[in-house]
Structure formats: C-alpha cells, structure tokens
Design a binder for this molecule. Structure first.
Ligand SMILES: Cc1cc2nc3c(=O)[nH]c(=O)nc-3n(C[C@H](O)[C@H](O)[C@H](O)COP(=O)(O)O)c2cc1C
Length: 194
C-alpha cells in the first residue's frame, strides 16, 4: 500500500520530562507495537500503523543520511542514540531523542527492533537543526538521491571525526561542546563528485 502523504505544518508539540514514546518493529522495520504516548502525540491509532513501515511518521526535514546511519547500526546489531523530528497525522511535528536497539528472543535470535524516545534538550535541538539542514541541502544537491545520501553520510562521519566524536556521543555532549563544534563543510571533493 502506498505511504499516505502528509503536508507538514509549522506547529510543534513538546514532550514533557517524564513522557516516553515507545514503538517496536519486526526485523524489516514494520511496526508491531506502539504505546499510548505514541498514539497520543502522533495522532495515529493502532489500526493505522501496526504492520506498516516505520517511515509512516517520517518528517521531510529528516536527512536520509541519518536513517542510513540508523540502519547501518541496527543491521550490525548495534544500538543508536539519535535526534529525530517526526510528523503527526495532521502534519504537526515533535522532536525526540531516540534510543533504538535490536531485540532478541530467548534463543538469542534477532526478532526486531525497539525504540524508546524522550524529550530532547531544546538547546541541542537548535544545533541538530543546523546540522540536519546542512545534510539535507547536501543530499538535495545531487541529481541522484542515493548519491546525495551517501555524500551527506560521509560528511556526517567527517564532521564527527574532525571533532573527535561519534554521532551518539555528539547526541550526549554538553551544550558547550555543541556551541564550539565545527559544522562547516569539509567535503568539497564529495560535492564535486555529484
Ligand atoms: C525501531 C525503529 C524505530 C524507528 N523510529 C523512527 C521514527 O520515529 N521516525 C522515523 O522517521 N523513522 C524511524 N525509523 C526508521 C524508519 O524505518 C525509516 O528508515 C525512516 O523513516 C526513513 O524512511 P525512508 O527511507 O523510507 O524515507 C525507525 C526504525 C526502527 C527499526
């Protein structure tokens, strides 16, 4: 079934400090469980999301390169901490700090993935928005979406390497670190390759 098209609005919804949004998926990323907070903020019912790909709540402001990193990690059976902007059914949006992990059965076999999301720091979101805009603009500067995603992914890895961190640590560092972090473009060769 085709993914429904939602037109984004400018209205943001905010999680409170103790709110926790949970979803689980099978190994292909199809949703198998959502909690009450997920229903409440996303405005989707179980019937509308269970069995559907998790991109049902994907916001167009999210870089493809961030999801490439997420799936790289998960397919290597590693966890990831990530800032994600999600879309609600009516087009509104909300930011989360997500912790996404592989899930195993008692035999140790991979059965799917699990995401716990909490309210992000507002100061961090401001910096992440700048980073994500930069990644999206790089992604869109390539005629081919996949090339754009790969170039932005390499840029993201370079930014982290140049700042002697990785994406998860970046997600957890203090705001002082963020303020001093060099987000300038350092990947002219990749740009030229497009
Ligand atoms: C457990 C789990 C939770 C996920 N949560 C989200 C989410 O909250 N928002 C989102 O846009 N994608 C989420 N994803 C990633 C989606 O599967 C997908 O990669 C992403 O929305 C990009 O989709 P697209 O490449 O089809 O545009 C999640 C994936 C997994 C496995």
């Amino acid at each position: 079934m085709a993914k429904i098209t939602i037109t984004p609005t400018d209205k943001e919804h905010f999680l409170r400090g103790d709110d926790l949004i949970v979803s689980k998926t099978d190994v292909k990323g199809h949703i198998t469980y959502i909690n009450e907070m997920f229903r409440k903020i996303s405005q989707f019912s179980d019937d509308e999301v269970l069995g559907k790909p998790h991109n049902i709540i994907r916001h167009p402001d999210m870089p493809r390169s961030i999801f490439k990193l997420l799936w790289n990690r998960l397919s290597n059976e590693q966890e990831i901490f990530a800032y994600v902007k999600n879309i609600c059914k009516n087009g509104d949006f909300y930011w989360v700090m997500a912790h996404v992990t592989p899930s195993y059965n008692i035999k140790g076999e991979l059965v799917g993935y699990h995401s716990n999301r909490r309210a992000p720091s507002r100061e961090h979101v401001a910096v992440i928005e700048t980073l994500y805009k930069k990644l999206i603009s790089m992604e869109n500067s390539y005629p081919n979406k996949k090339d754009g995603m790969n170039a932005a992914y390499d840029t993201l890895m370079n930014i982290m390497e140049n700042n002697q961190t990785n994406y998860d640590q970046f997600a957890f560092e203090t705001i002082e670190f963020y303020r001093n972090m060099d987000l300038s473009s350092n990947n002219t060769e990749l740009r030229k390759a497009g």
